[in-house]
Write a protein that binds this ligand. Sequence first.
Ligand code: 1CP
Length: 342
Amino acid sequence: MTDKLFLTTLKGKKSKQTPIWIMRQAGRYLKEYRAIREIQKDFISFCLNPQQAATVTLQPITRYNMDAAIIFSDILMVLWAMGLNVRFKPGIGPLLDAAEKPDMIKTSCLNGFADKLAPVGRALELTKLELPAETSLIGFAGAPWTLVTYIAEGGSSRDFTKARLWAWQDAKKLNGLLEILVEATVSFLSLQATAGAECLMIFDSWASAVPAAHRDWLITKPINEIIKGVRRNGHKQPIIGFPKGLGDGLIHYAEESGIDAIGIDHGVDPRWADKNLPKNLPVQGNLDPVSLISAGKKMFQDIDYILESFHDRPHIFNLGHGITPSTPIDNVQTMIDHIRNS
Ligand code: 1CP
């Protein structure tokens, strides 16, 4: 088997080249993505169409030769498979049937769960058939806390008041819901690992909303249980945790969650991260996605600062969050050329 740069870096080996991929690399900034989206108007059907999902997963690989492909799916597919009536409304975003209380979601939601998500496994298999030998394939899921925010609010939110209120008023019931979400996530990640994902990533996009004193039970512990569950199922793939906006909480998360690598957002100073995170823990990140819209000298400086900060640590280059739809496609190539020629 070829040594894949992305995977060897995740195993803790620093190479001359820094592997690159970008969050939301299969998405609206690509005209070839928009062309398929035009035909497939319903986002859930899109995610559940193995051929279409594999096609768009491969688009950024064909265009940019990224070091990793991330399967085209969504963190909310878990809630869809739990029967929460998830739908994506153009111009609004995701909507689902909000729960009044955390215990309204019962374990019976998980009946038939893995069967409903089997098309995601099929999409991974189809992608694998076409993927260049040097490119790695990433499977992913949302973290329980981030899924809780969508269940509580019935969609996206600005301040996550209802989810946080559950943490203060209904802690025991919320804990029960977290356990159900852990079980669902272990099942979904295991399905993806079996189908050929070589790395798994857990997105905790709204970790920033959790008060510091509650981080352990709402963030770190559920991640740790997911990792133990995936390992119990026999899967050895490296697992990247991405607790967005956690700030100084990254240290405890890195030490206690059991993750093999950590994603950092653009609010984190890479030099701080290198100094404070466990020695040799692979780090992924963290260029501000907005810098790619104008590109230019300032972007190159930021890239150089990131590369320099992780000079002595295994590092995967990425953005600090998803690429924005208005990003000019040529700027992505400019960024990649700069990193590969550094
Ligand atoms: O109209 C479109 O084409 C839909 C835009 C889109 C895309 C391309 C959505 C809707 N999801 C996705 C795919 C997606 N989502 C991927 C695919 C692979 C890739 O990265 O190329 C991934 C990894 C996700 C993950 C995801 N979905 C997250 C976690 C990462 C992050 O951005 O923080 C979250 C929070 C979602 C929820 C979601 N999906 C889509 C929307 C509009 C939202 C809501 C975001 C919000 O609440 O603000």
